[in-house]
Design a protein around this ligand. Structure first.
Ligand SMILES: Cc1ncc(COP(=O)(O)O)c(C=O)c1O
Length: 431
């Protein structure tokens, strides 16, 4: 274990020596931003890389190193950095003028395109982020049911103020949370038996995303649907990350119809976006023509750039075939990466679904946040720095999300880099 500490210290020393400009930019930013940071997920020691530019699925950092971008903006960057049809749509929207203080035709077109993919969204509304989408979905659920409690899952992430890693966060919004174990039906049943009559919503990710790319078992999600019906709570499916797994998202793959769904990330074509929607009888409460309508303002909810980029992405680029091919590539890559671990006989794995996956520093089945408690973060750190040194950019926490331009050549380069890193560190990794 001392060897592991030494190997990590040496990898960090090389990283520091290789990236003086990133370190300098971070130190300068500390004057105005805490730890130079305005987006917690990006921070890691000793300092994160500062990127100067991106193109396709390539990135160049402040010190001039080139990377294959295997992170894809934490799943939001599905189109890569320079998709020409999206660029053209943004330029077109710019030429028509920003900030029109009005509705434009594009927002209904984008809504219709989303509904075509997700028919459970009988009515929907836009927000500026996935966080806001979940906040609004929960507001709708509490207003609709007249109840206060919300059942969520340990390890889940629904936004900056809706984070349940380690059970919760001091900055979470003060809903009356009931926290259950993911993929543990007995635990959920016990909590529903106790709180069911007060539950406004069951909020669930079809795969714990930030919580480690741990998929929900299909039967578990099906039972949540039934349990929500039995106790009169709304089932809110957070598909901010999983919507990209198929044309109709994870709900389409599993044939589950939630009461409300939340979306975000790539639906804005790479710009800020969020969306919540679902059952007409819930969503029509936001109809301003109704007496006592629920309010939902937001200066940038329908901003012309996001509407234009989102619409171009969905209608011109992200066809059902393109999505299927991307997720097949992701599945193949995960199989190849796991074959590297098997060939070197190390007890590591990539978990996930389709084009979204996560490096785990331990082997065996992973079903809930509890199963990750034995994970040694130093192993993830070591492989992260080794991969970055070999030109593969992924999240420090181990997240990988492919973009459309990430093809077979990039996958082969990633597999080869992992093979080199594992071969070098083999004796330090669990068997
Ligand atoms: C499942 C899930 N829900 C919600 C969010 C929050 O979205 P945003 O970062 O746009 O606020 C995220 C972001 O990573 C997410 O993965």
């Amino acid at each position: 274990m001392k060897d592991l500490d030494q190997a990590l210290a040496s990898a960090i020393a090389r990283y520091r020596a290789n990236n003086p400009k990133s370190e300098g930019q971070m130190l300068a930013a500390c004057d105005v931003l805490p730890a130079g940071n305005t987006r917690s997920v990006l921070f890691h020691g000793p300092f994160p890389l500062y990127m100067a530019r991106g193109e396709g699925c390539r990135l160049w950092d402040a010190d001039g190193h080139a990377y294959i971008d295997a992170l894809g903006e934490f799943t939001a960057g599905i189109y890569g950095h320079s998709e020409p049809r999206i660029q053209a749509a943004i330029v077109g929207a710019l030429q028509g003028g920003l900030n029109l203080s009005s509705h434009t035709e594009r927002e209904a077109k984008l809504a219709r395109e989303i509904q075509r993919r997700f028919p459970s969204l009988e009515l929907l509304r836009f927000t500026n982020s996935g966080t806001e989408a979940n906040l609004m979905a929960l507001a709708a659920a509490t207003a609709h049911t007249g109840r206060r409690k919300v059942l969520v899952f340990d390890g889940a992430y629904h936004g900056g103020v809706l984070a349940f890693g380690g059970g919760g966060s001091p900055v979470n919004v003060p809903h009356d949370w009931v926290v259950a174990r993911y993929n543990d039906l007995q635990d959920v049943k016990a909590r529903v038996a106790q709180h069911g009559s007060e539950l406004a919503a069951i909020l669930v990710e079809p795969m714990l995303g930030a919580g480690g790319c741990i998929p929900a078992e299909p039967a578990f999600l099906q039972r949540l649907r039934a349990l929500a019906d039995e106790c009169g709570a709304l089932l809110v499916l957070d598909e901010v990350m999983t919507s990209r797994l198929s044309f109709g998202g994870r709900q389409g793959q599993l044939g589950i119809r939630p009461d409300l769904t939340t979306l975000g990330k790539y639906f804005g074509g790479g710009l800020s976006f969020g969306c919540f929607g679902g059952r007409e009888d819930v969503m029509e409460r936001f109809d301003p023509r109704r007496p006592g309508a629920l309010g939902h303002a937001g200066t940038f909810n329908n901003n012309v750039l996001t509407m234009a980029a989102g619409l171009a992405g969905l209608t011109e680029v992200l066809s059902a075939e393109a999505l299927e091919a991307l997720n097949t590539r992701g599945q193949r890559l995960r199989t190849s990466l796991n074959a590297v671990f098997a060939a070197h006989r190390v007890g590591l794995q990539f978990t996930g679904l389709g084009s979204v996956m996560q490096l785990q520093p331990l082997a065996g089945p992973l079903r809930s946040a509890d199963d990750l408690k034995a994970a040694d973060d130093r192993i993830k750190a070591l492989l992260f720095f080794e991969l970055v040194e070999r030109g593969i950019f992924l999240a420090r926490r181990g997240l990988v999300a492919l973009s459309l331009p990430f093809g077979d050549a990039e996958a082969a380069a990633f597999v080869s880099a992992l093979d080199g890193a594992v071969a070098k560190c083999r004796d330090l990794l669990p068997s």
